[in-house]
Design a protein around this ligand. Sequence first.
Ligand SMILES: Cc1ncc(COP(=O)(O)O)c(C=O)c1O
Length: 415
Amino acid sequence: MTASNEIPPSPAPEDSSPSTRLVEVGRRFAQRIDTVNMPVYRGSSVLFDSLAETEAAGKAVGVGQRHASTYATVGTPTTFALMDAIADIEGGGVACRAALMPSGLAAITTALLAFLAPGDHLLVSDSVYGPMRVFCEGMLARIGVETEYFDPAAGDEIAERVRPRTRVIYLESPGSYTFEIQDVPAICAMARARGIVTMIDNAWGSPTFARPFDWGVDLSILPLTKYWSGHADVLMGAVVIRESLWPKLWATVRQLGLCVGGDDAFLVLRGLRTAEVRMQRHQQSALLVAQWLATRPEVARVLHPALPTHPQHTRWQRDFKGSSGLFSIELRGPTDAGAQRAALVALCEKRRHFHIGYSWGGFESLIMPARLNGLRHVAPWAGGPLIRLHIGLEDPEDLIADLETGFAAMATALG
Ligand SMILES: Cc1ncc(COP(=O)(O)O)c(C=O)c1O
């Protein structure tokens, strides 16, 4: 890669030895060919034509200037294309920048490290993604940041918990496994008035159904591993942030040396072209399956924000433009641990279309019992066995038939 468009001449055969020619030939083309997709740039070193150019690029990278690069850890045309695309879509009309991370979890931890320092206080919704809590209680505690959890169905009454050193309020709406919806606009307004940075994990709603910057958040975490890439074949995360806060985030990203490769960036760019149509299908199929599950005697409760029975359904209606393919069910019935285990094994194992697996947001359907022990402080789960379903792009009638077989197996197992 070079910043110049000039094509250096290939060495003439008589000018250099075969081994030198092997290194130098075929690296540049005289004419640029435009393709539909951004090509994959694989690279480490970025080449410059002059020292002055190198120094100017270094300054631009230091201040986080868009598309400036001195090294592929900073960015290549492929990763810049993805950064721009994500900032554009997630930001909506709000001026944002996006940084790419090797996973969604890395996006969470980097965002927190960028805005927290020893002695600070962090407010976190109690139903956040589990590994995020491990980070709060591990590394953040070790550097002297105190985490306090709040009710995942909260609104701006969490102002009562704000302390002089509260620097960040961290939201995830709907929450992991239990799908509570926070009053995000109210919390953000309260936080802004106090100079507190708000962050949200927007995995569930994006890229189609949620507009966190319209709600007033300062920073959105996107596990691109999920719907943005959509094919269960890439791991990546993004931190999308209001332009004014970018320098602080960028400094942290650079210090930690976080970056992604061109091949993975290409896969996410390709995935997002079809995100809108996939999301519509996930939404429709998940609603069909959820509504069917709500009629089943084996199911005590369906935890899906788009169902009118959901406790924060009106908030969901107000804030979201649709619903994705992820929700949970609470099973009715067995109360002793042995019978509960037998029921879960019978329902989840040996399904034809639902596979047992973590993550979600790909084209495939997944089933996963929740293990919330130790993962809730404010709102411990007090119900029956909880199972999370991800509804993929299969025919929903096949998925319903698969679950019906599972319920029959459950009945047999429980005698
Ligand atoms: C809500 C939520 N946020 C973040 C993540 C982390 O994303 P990744 O798997 O890319 O690390 C996950 C992963 O399952 C998740 O469910």
